[in-house]
Design a binder for this molecule. Structure first.
Ligand code: NDP
Length: 401
């Protein structure tokens, strides 16, 4: 029988379960590339329920306990005295979400002597030291595609909110003002602008498709070029490197995974190559941008705006400079955990667990590491190495109360 440790974010401060704003969500059974949405044998939750917080338990308790397994759910994940650290020594499986990541460093993987699998209930397994997982023969899996469209929608929202100066304008209304000039002195139309994505994978391509009707000029950089018919359909300009793309873009959106190759890709030098007054939208991972370089660029006006939902570490310390830098549109890490997305990744997590317990193969598209090497989708999108360095700083949030 297995011990499953599941790290989830805290319940709403207003209590659980929340009062839901809507009664249903659309049923999504297939994604744009033909991949099917998760297919567990059954689910023990109502689609659209809050599953990602502690009391939601990803809808896994009944399924696991009926089969005789132990489930521990906690939000207490950082520091040597955390519940996660205490439960690790005899854990078989650790599950967490990128929004509230259990940083699975080499030290933690070493401490978890029984550990066989780390599951990301979502997409992006950079909170796990993939090199250490490979070295220790621990499987890493994530629920590929489960929230790619959720993020793509968020990216489009953030681009529009930055370019049109939505957030400060909303602020004037709340403050009781009617300050039209203050609202519009930084407000532009997106129409006609050059918009580029770093990576045109599931999210990047979905962003490009969603932006096409805005009559913008679309650009992309990726390690692998898209099929010619897709480039033609969307009128895409391919760039052989990030530098040549950012030079001509008014808006840049980052949609690649964090791995050693992309860590701090947007540093002073790269941001310095962008057009003055560009907008940078990052919903991929905080560490892909250099924290202080972003602040400097907003203060100098090199960037007109920066928006996204990803930070490093997470939760971000209360004094993280991105909370207070000018012209930002940051939210906590939420784009991939809409109630719609939670339904899919909770089902996907269950599908992965069902395969694991039945001894049947986990879908190739869910695998990141298996048998000591990058596998499945992980072999395509990640490089070996460790991107968890510095994650111990996440403890600062808890310490600051
Ligand atoms: P995909 O795997 O579909 O796409 C990733 C793309 O990035 C692939 O096309 C890959 O290229 C490309 N890529 C890899 N390395 C580089 C590089 N060095 N430079 C440029 N491109 C590169 O994943 P998704 O689109 O679904 O997700 C992308 C990332 O978004 C995730 O890894 C995660 O970090 C983040 N994410 C954020 C969420 C949120 O809530 N904010 C939720 C979900 C994901 P190729 O395959 O051609 O080699």
């Amino acid at each position: 029988m297995a011990k499953v440790v599941c790290v989830l974010y805290d319940d709403p401060v207003t209590g659980f379960p929340p009062k839901y704003a809507r009664d249903d969500i659309p049923a999504i059974t297939e994604y744009a590339d033909g991949q099917t949405a998760p297919t567990p044998s059954s689910i023990d939750f109502t689609p659209g329920a809050l599953l990602g917080s502690v009391s939601g338990e990803l809808g896994l308790r009944k399924f696991l306990e009926d089969a005789g397994h132990e489930l521990v759910v906690t939000s207490d994940k950082d520091g040597a005295d955390s519940v996660l650290d205490r439960e690790l020594p005899d854990a078989d499986i650790v599950i967490s979400q990128p929004f509230w990541p259990a940083y699975m460093t080499a030290e933690r993987i070493d401490k978890a002597k029984n550990l066989k699998m780390i599951v990301t209930a979502g997409i992006g397994s950079d909170h796990t030291d993939l090199q250490a997982a490979m070295d220790k023969g621990v499987t890493v899996a994530e629920v590929t595609f489960c929230n790619s469209i959720s993020v793509a929608e968020h990216v489009v929202m953030m681009i529009l909110s930055q370019v049109r100066n939505y957030l400060p304008s909303y602020g004037w209304v709340v403050k009781g003002g009617w300050n039209i000039a203050d609202c519009v002195e930084r407000s532009y139309d997106l129409e006609g602008m050059n918009v580029g994505t770093v990576a045109a994978g599931r999210i990047g391509l979905a962003v490009l498709r969603r932006l096409k009707p805005f009559e913008v000029k679309l650009h992309y950089y990726d390690k692998h070029r898209l099929p010619k018919d897709v480039e033609e359909e969307l009128g895409l300009t391919f760039h052989p490197d990030v530098e040549s793309m950012v030079k001509v873009c008014d808006v840049v959106t980052i949609n690649c995974p964090l791995h050693p190759e992309t860590e701090h890709l947007f540093d002073d030098e790269m941001i310095g190559k962008m057009k003055r007054g560009s907008y940078l939208i990052n919903t991929a991972r905080g560490k892909i941008a250099d924290r202080d370089a972003v602040v400097r660029a907003l203060e100098s006006g090199q960037l007109a705006g920066y928006a996204g939902d990803v930070w490093f570490p997470q939760p971000a310390p209360k004094d993280h400079p991105w909370r207070t830098m000018p012209h930002h549109g940051m939210t906590p890490h939420i784009s991939g955990t809409s109630l719609s997305a939670q339904t899919r990744y909770a089902a996907g997590t269950r599908e992965i667990l069902e395969s694991y317990f039945a001894g049947t193969p986990i879908r190739d598209e869910y695998l990141i590491v298996e048998g000591g090497k990058l596998a499945g989708v992980g072999a395509h999108s990640y490089t070996a190495g460790n991107a968890t360095k510095g994650s111990e700083e996440a403890e600062e949030f808890r310490k600051s109360g």
